[in-house]
Design a protein around this ligand. Structure first.
Ligand SMILES: [Zn+2]
Length: 61
């Protein structure tokens, strides 16, 4: 992920893992802008039989 302000590279300061989501606190190596990115599992990309399993885990039908 590049800096949204100057486009330079960024480094990860902190990572928090949630069940289906990862949150990263980032800092630009050039302008030192700090921002947060989220990484989310794309459940639509699962094969249909696994998507069913995921729905059961979340209590959906
Ligand atoms: Zn920057």
């Amino acid at each position: 992920m590049n800096c949204p302000i100057c486009g330079s590279k960024t480094k990860t300061l902190d990572v928090r893992h949630h069940s289906l989501r990862t949150r990263r606190r980032r800092e630009c190596v050039e302008c030192l802008t700090r921002f947060t990115t989220y990484e989310v599992a794309d459940l639509e990309s699962l094969p249909p039989y696994l998507r069913k399993v995921q729905n059961v885990r979340e209590g959906k039908q």
